[in-house]
Write a protein that binds this ligand. Structure first.
Ligand code: TNX
Length: 509
């Protein structure tokens, strides 16, 4: 009963494992101690248990976390970077992995197998897990969730809460959409007005805010401890009204724009081809690259309806080279594939529908031709700001129809863009845009449970080539597993939407 569904689950008969009062977490191998401590914290949240972490061999009833070569769960005995094995027996639980990342995902699986029991009023003696042997590793190296902190700002504490929610689903990238028309959210020492002015408000006149560089580093570190890589996005040359309001010189006519709190897109553009704009791009990319240990830096490039087509191509090519010169791999929304002079290896993020329209597939293929790969975020499946149902008070409906749990679940990344299979797909990402989403509770309710579906699409094995995707993804079976997740969401006070198609547990409280 795990989400995402593991590669191999072999239940066996026999007495279950009981998490008894003297249970400990026994750790061995490089990095196991930190993973053990995260497991201990998680069990405190999930089921109000306080397990000590010890660097001693496991005794009867303990949970062992072992990190060593050969534990990485590949069928041929080689190590998968994020793979793990989980063995549950009456004597104890053993999580084996070749890396801390793999062990951490094994921990998430164990959390899901254990019954969650809220604030200590649950049945503490009844924490049992049936015997099972799980072998697991991801289909894609990149499973992402995007949070738009530009439209509505979310504090560092709220972003951490979001990270806590995504890791339970083995999502390993947090894409932060840091800049847009409505706000600039990362402090830039060399251009301080970006946050002083451009960070002062947000969609619907909301509170505004920004991360200092220390706060941003702290978010990155919190994520890294949990095997989540932060992908910062500086969206340009469109979606830049907040920057244009902060510095007159960045505007095509040299006149500062007023701050913007509405929901239109496509109306703003930097003054492309200008020396000051070039310096601006070099400065913001350099500072953000320096704050980012991860390999990817996202330049946006979407919906640049106010930039002349030739200027757009010249601008994104130059900006992407600046990213590469700063040691990062550029990422761009698929429109950036209009440019054929991007640095080799530039990653594209596809956001058109699961059935491509217009020229979106052609633009996406540009990245593959250039030696790069693709992240798939089809907006009719993976845009989690789209309403669940007609008439919802929160969410957008521009895709033409609501995105149900089924829509988020029943699609396959290798069947979206003709000619683009797994060899050219880096992974999948669910995106939460926040024009209409103002609080972290609303964020959670838009994301859960649909993120569980996208996470499973990104982690679990591909359907057989011959199998229609509708047959491969059994919504009833998935819904039963999602219902178990709700126990964890209830126990940790995480909000979710009680969509149809899921046999939800009785509401608590
Ligand atoms: C499209 S798709 C956008 C965002 C909006 C979102 C709303 C893409 C890369 N950009 O600017 O927030 O739709 O659903």
């Amino acid at each position: 009963m795990v989400v995402p569904r593991p590669v191999l689950t072999q239940p066996s008969p026999g007495s279950p494992f009981v998490l008894g009062p003297t249970a400990r977490i026994s750790v061995a191998g490089p990095g196991a101690d930190a993973v053990g401590r995260l497991l201990s914290e998680a069990l405190a949240d999930d089921c109000s248990r306080d397990l000590p972490v010890v660097a001693e061999p496991p005794a009867f009833g303990d949970i062992a976390v072992v990190i060593a070569h050969g534990e990485g769960a590949h069928d041929d005995g080689s190590d998968s970077a994020e793979g793990y094995t989980l063995e549950v027996a009456a004597e104890g639980v053993r999580i084996g992995a070749a890396t801390p990342a793999g062990a951490f995902w094994g921990v998430q699986t164990l959390r899901q197998l254990l019954p969650a029991a809220g604030d200590g009023d649950g049945d503490r003696d009844g924490l049992t897990v049936e015997q099972v042997r799980i072998h697991d590793h991801p289909r894609y190296a990149y499973r992402g969730a995007m949070l738009d902190v530009a439209r509505h700002f979310f504090t560092p504490a709220e972003v951490k809460r979001f990270i806590d929610a995504i890791v339970l689903l083995k999502v390993n990238h947090l894409h932060l959409h840091l800049t847009d028309d409505q706000g600039w959210r990362i402090h830039i020492e060399s251009w301080p007005e970006l946050t002083r002015i451009g960070g002062s408000t947000g969609s619907d006149g909301s509170r505004g805010g920004f991360y200092t560089q220390d706060e941003f580093r702290n978010i990155v570190a919190y994520a890294a401890e949990r095997n989540v890589t932060v992908v910062p996005e500086l969206d340009m040359p469109g979606h830049t009204n907040a920057a244009l309001a902060s510095y007159p010189v960045l505007n095509p006519d040299g006149v500062a724009r007023p701050l913007y709190t509405g929901s239109d897109v496509g109306f703003s553009t930097l003054r492309t081809g200008d020396a000051v704009t070039r310096r601006f791009v070099r400065d913001v990319v350099r500072e953000v690259a320096a704050l980012t240990p991860g390999p990817l830096l996202h330049l946006g490039g979407d919906e640049c309806l106010s930039t002349a087509p030739d200027d757009f191509v010249a601008f994104v090519e130059e900006a992407a080279h600046v990213v590469a010169e700063n040691g990062k791999t550029p990422v761009g929304w698929h429109e950036m594939g209009k440019a054929h002079g991007l640095p080799a290896g530039t990653v594209g993020q596809y956001w058109d529908f699961t059935t491509p329209r217009d020229r979106s597939a052609e633009y996406a293929v540009t990245f593959v031709r250039g030696g790069g790969s693709l992240i798939l975020s089809p907006s009719d499946a993976a845009y989690l700001d789209i309403v669940y149902a007609e008439g919802d008070p929160i969410g957008q409906d521009w895709t033409g129809k609501p995105t149900t749990l089924r829509d988020a679940f029943v699609w396959d990344p290798a069947r979206v863009i003709p000619g683009v299979g797994d060899a050219h797909i880096l992974g999948v990402e669910a995106a939460l845009w926040t024009e209409t989403v103002g609080t972290i509770e609303e964020v959670e309710e838009m994301v859960l449970p649909r993120l569980a579906a996208v996470a499973e699409v990104g982690w679990s094995p591909a359907p057989a080539d011959t199998e229609p995707v509708e047959a491969a993804r059994d919504l009833d079976e998935f819904g039963a597993r999602v219902a178990r997740l709700a126990e964890h969401w209830d126990a940790t006070g995480t909000r979710y939407r009680r969509v149809p198609d899921v046999p939800w547990p009785e509401p608590v409280g």
